[in-house]
Design a protein around this ligand. Structure first.
Ligand SMILES: NC(=O)c1ccc[n+]([C@@H]2O[C@H](COP(=O)([O-])OP(=O)(O)OC[C@H]3O[C@@H](n4cnc5c(N)ncnc54)[C@H](OP(=O)(O)O)[C@@H]3O)[C@@H](O)[C@H]2O)c1
Length: 331
């Protein structure tokens, strides 16, 4: 049988949407078909850049286009719930950028809406699709390094001075380090250890009120702990170290396509894997998974299931309560 080619609609053509559309063009069963922006010129410019047939100056027309098969939502996370509900209520399958929404209440509504309409919904979270993470998980589950005892994860950059009008600095749009980048090391802890029993967290705030840095500790039964740090004002790079009884796994990435996994036993490196080939991709793995689910008529992904997104947002809510990180009129 001939492979279906999916017509993708891009909702909100900002920075990450450009990256996503570039990767989508590398898949033979995907087409950048239509784009919706609040601004007609921006929409046309994006359509021209990626060869999209249709461009709209609003989101409603995009989700009403009968020829659009699936929508990628790339608006700021404070608008994801509104935009996902718009798509799902028009029976459009959704791949929605992280963070899926600002809080669990919003995620619950999105999932209930997807279920009521019988429509696919997936958070665009590239970590679990990546070969480095799949390999790390395989090694841990094999037991060859023994049990995980401690995880240390960090994600930081420093592009200061910041323009306070940026999405990143706007608390109403869910700006701040936690939802922008901190959720990656939080996800790592959940991915390798599950939900913690205890959470402590402390934030340092920028003048707009967003968390510019956040430090988090998780505690699990049997003395297992994690330490997580995310920041817009510390150029730490991105990494996760997983300390096990008999060795350590060191995950690193400088971009979605440039990842490595170093395996150490008793303090000595025994293997170094790296994936720096465009073939790995990051976002195109998510897009491919979303289309596979649609081919198989599944409403959620097994790689990034609703339960994982729920676990993540529930934990992020808890961290925000501990660190007193607030989004105005949303909690
Ligand atoms: N997976 C990843 O690696 C990754 C990386 C970066 C960002 N992200 C996520 O992707 C989302 C977008 O991030 P971005 O960096 O692409 O943001 P961005 O460049 O600011 O683009 C966001 C787009 O949203 C639309 N928008 C609608 N209402 C808006 C409002 N009130 N204020 C600002 N923009 C509004 C705008 O498009 P129009 O006005 O044209 O409609 C804008 O271009 C965020 O949720 C972020 O967490 C993911």
């Amino acid at each position: 049988m001939e492979k279906k080619v999916y017509n993708w609609g891009i909702l909100a053509p900002g920075n990450i949407a450009r990256k996503f559309a570039t990767e989508l063009q590398q898949l033979d069963n995907a087409r950048v078909y239509a784009v919706g922006s609040r601004n007609a010129d921006r929409s046309k410019e994006f359509a021209d850049a990626f060869g999209a047939e249709r461009h709209y100056d609003n989101y409603e027309d995009l989700v009403s286009d009968p020829d659009v098969d699936i929508i990628y939502i790339a608006s700021p996370h404070g608008l994801h719930a509104e935009h996902a509900l718009l798509c799902l209520n028009h029976q459009k399958p959704v791949l929605c950028e992280k963070a899926l929404a600002l809080n669990q209440n919003e995620v619950d509504k999105m999932m209930a809406c997807a279920s009521k309409n019988g429509v696919f919904l997936m958070e665009a979270f590239f970590t679990p699709h990546q070969p480095s993470y799949k390999e790390a998980k395989r090694i841990i589950e094999s037991g060859e390094l023994g049990k995980v005892k401690y995880i240390q994860g960090w994600f930081g950059f420093n592009k200061s001075p910041y323009d306070n009008s940026l999405r990143l600095m706007n608390p109403k749009l869910g700006g701040g380090a936690l939802l922008d980048i901190g959720l990656y090391p939080v996800f790592d802890a959940l991915y390798f250890l599950g939900e913690p029993d205890h959470v402590v967290a402390k934030a340092d705030f920028a003048e707009t009120g967003v968390d510019q840095s956040v430090s988090i500790r998780f505690a699990y039964p049997d003395g297992v702990t994690t330490s997580i740090f995310a920041s817009f004002v510390a150029a730490s790079g991105v990494g996760t170290d997983i300390f096990c009884e008999f060795g350590t796994l060191r995950l690193r990435r400088t971009s979605a396509v440039n990842q490595s996994l170093v395996i150490e036993k008793q303090g000595s490196e025994i293997k170094r894997n790296s994936w720096d080939d465009q073939a790995v991709g990051g976002m195109k793995l998510e897009a491919a998974e979303a289309m596979k689910c649609l081919d198989e008529k599944r409403l959620e992904s097994e790689i990034m299931p609703h339960s994982m997104s729920l676990s993540l947002i529930k934990t992020l809510d808890l961290i925000r309560r501990r660190a007193e990180i607030k989004y105005p009129e949303r909690d």
